[in-house]
Write a protein that binds this ligand. Structure first.
Ligand code: ADP
Ligand code: 5GP
Length: 192
């Protein structure tokens, strides 16, 4: 059976970077493309990084119960995993890798139990996370402030997941995450 690998962390910890590295190094995984109402960043592609949809469409899909989970991650910015996305990946016979916030991670774990493993990516410190967010240059002042405020809260969830990987040196963190993923997907017994 396909398994679910959840990569979660506050914004700026390095989830997206680590997920992209994991995907590069294996064809056993497929990325769960979330739907979001946030604006597309210059380097992003619709249908690859996210399904970028309007607030109206998002609300309609919530009403239709189309989401496996969804959250208002930032004020008036919605993100969610469509059930159809999980089904799409299942038909590919691949394991699913998610890049979602801590609440979404909890929801997926609750639904899929031992078939899911949640890895929390921790920055070496809050200061480093802030520095990385600033250097990424994707957020304006207001958005940066929102993300830092939420990151402080999310860091407290660190020990609530199956494993923690500290993303200090990127290569080391990717290797650690890779080992965790490989050991989880090669297990026939799904208990972590
Ligand atoms: P998230 O998806 O968790 O918001 P990103 O993957 O976008 O985080 O990473 C935030 C920024 O930090 C990016 O500019 C990325 O290139 C950089 N970054 C990620 N991991 C490291 C690392 N180990 N050392 C230095 N910079 C990193
Ligand atoms: P970003 O705007 O930086 O791409 O993502 C902001 C936050 O939303 C990140 O913590 C990211 O993991 C989270 N996120 C992305 N997709 C989903 C999703 O489908 N569901 C939930 N709950 N969070 C998501």
């Amino acid at each position: 059976m396909s398994k679910l690998i959840i990569i979660t962390a506050p914004s700026g910890a390095g989830k997206t970077t680590i997920v992209q590295e994991l995907l590069k190094n294996t064809d056993q995984l497929a990325f769960s493309i979330s739907a979001t109402t946030r604006e597309m960043r210059p380097h992003e592609t619709d249908g690859v990084d996210y399904y970028f949809i309007s607030h109206k469409e998002f609300k309609k899909r919530v009403k239709n119960c189309d989401f496996a989970e969804w959250e208002e991650v930032y004020e008036n910015q919605f993100y969610g995993t469509l059930k159809s996305e999980i089904e799409r990946i299942w038909t590919l016979n691949k394991h699913i890798i998610f890049d979602i916030d801590v609440k979404g991670a909890k929801s997926i774990k609750k639904t899929y139990g031992d078939h899911a493993m949640a890895i929390f990516i921790a920055p070496p410190s809050l200061e480093v996370l802030i520095e990385r967010l600033k250097n990424r240059k994707t957020e304006d002042k207001r958005s940066l402030k929102k993300r830092i405020k939420r990151a402080k809260k999310e860091l407290k969830y660190k020990d609530k997941f199956d494993c923690v990987v500290i993303n200090d040196d990127l290569k080391t963190a990717v290797k650690e995450a890779e080992n965790l993923v490989q050991s989880f997907i090669s297990k026939t017994n799904t208990t972590i």
